[in-house]
Design a protein around this ligand. Structure first.
Ligand code: ARG
Length: 266
C-alpha cells in the first residue's frame, strides 16, 4: 500500500474526477489508515511503498503491477500523469525479491484491470489496458487469461465492475460489460453475486476478500446484505475521499500473491 501523502484530484482521467475538487487530506489519511488497520486486524501483513510528490494517484497502487505466484508483471499507464508510478513500483518489486519483474510492452494498468480468480485471470479492456497486454499476462503467469470488455466510463477499470469473493465466486455489475463479456461471466459464474448501481456508485465491487472476510465500501449496504446471506463477513471501510478520484479499497491494495519478504521464514 502507498500512503496518501500527496493524494489529490489534480487532473481528469476518469469520469469521477473533477480537478480542483477539494480533498480533505486529514480525512483521506484517516480513511486510508482505517483500511490498513482493517487488513492488519484480519491478520494480513501490510508493506508500504514511499509516496512520491507530484504523483497524486500513487495511493491507488494496485494499478502499478500484478503479482501472481511471486511473479511480478509491471504496469504501463495509458495516461502520462500516472506513467512514473509504474517505475517506482517496479523498483520496489526488484528491491524486494519478486521472482521476475517483467517490463510490459503494451499498456496494462495492473490490478486495476487484472483480477485473479482461482487458476484464471480476468482481464479488462475498453478504457485503459490494451487487449494485447492480456496475452503478455498469459505469458508472464502461465495462466488462462479471459478478456472482458468494459463499456461504461464510470467503470473504467475491471476492479470497479467486478469483485473476487473467493476462488470460485465473483460479484459484478452486468451493465458495465459488453454483451459477449456478460455471456462469458454468466456461463463461468452462474452463481455470481449481481451488484446494482446503488452500491457500485460507492465502488462497492472495489473490494478485497480473503475468501470469507470481505473488506468493502461501508456505504454499500445492499451488497453487504447479499454477501452476508451467502455466509461472507463484510468488513465495512469508508473511503469516500478517494471516490473523488474514482478509487476505492481494491485500488489502494496491491496484493502480493505468493511472495515472501526476503529473510522471512518459509
Ligand atoms: N484517479 C485514478 C485513475 O483514474 C484512480 C484509479 C483507481 N484505481 C482503480 N483500479 N480503479 O487512474
Amino acid at each position: 500500500m502507498c500512503p496518501p501523502t500527496y493524494f489529490d484530484v489534480a487532473y481528469r482521467i476518469n469520469d469521477w474526477m473533477d480537478p480542483g475538487t477539494p480533498v480533505d487530506h486529514e480525512l483521506a489519511g484517516r480513511q486510508w489508515q482505517s483500511l490498513v488497520d482493517a487488513f492488519r486486524g484480519l491478520g494480513h501483513r501490510v508493506h508500504l511503498i514511499d509516496p512520491v510528490a507530484g504523483l497524486p494517484d500513487m495511493v491507488f497502487v494496485t494499478d502499478s503491477g500484478t503479482v501472481v505466484d511471486g511473479v511480478a508483471l509491471g504496469a504501463r499507464y495509458r495516461s502520462e500523469h500516472r506513467a512514473p508510478e509504474a517505475d517506482h513500483v517496479l523498483r520496489w518489486f526488484e528491491a524486494n525479491g519478486l521472482r521476475r519483474a517483467v517490463r510490459p510492452r503494451y499498456i496494462n494498468e495492473g490490478g486495476g484491470d487484472f483480477l485473479v480468480v482461482g487458476e484464471m485471470i480476468f482481464a479488462g479492456t475498453g478504457f485503459r489496458t490494451d487487449e494485447r497486454a492480456h496475452a503478455e499476462a498469459e505469458w508472464a503467469f502461465g495462466k488462462r487469461v479471459v478478456t472482458l470488455r468494459l463499456v461504461d466510463p464510470h467503470y473504467y477499470h475491471l476492479n470497479t465492475a467486478m469483485g473476487v469473493l473467493d476462488d470460485r465466486t465473483v460479484a459484478y455489475l452486468p451493465s458495465a460489460f459488453d454483451e459477449r463479456s456478460v455471456t462469458v461471466l454468466r456461463s463461468l459464474f452462474p452463481d455470481a453475486v449481481i451488484a446494482t448501481e446503488a452500491d457500485t456508485r460507492w465502488l462497492a465491487l472495489n473490494l478485497v476478500s480473503d475468501g470469507h472476510n470481505v473488506v468493502m465500501a461501508a456505504q454499500a449496504t445492499a451488497l453487504a446484505a447479499q454477501l452476508r446471506a451467502r455466509g461472507y463477513n463484510p468488513v465495512p471501510v469508508d473511503m469516500s475521499e478517494f471516490l473523488k478520484s474514482g478509487g476505492g479499497i481494491r485500488c489502494c491494495t496491491l496484493e502480493l500473491r505468493g511472495w515472501r519478504p526476503p529473510g522471512s521464514q518459509p
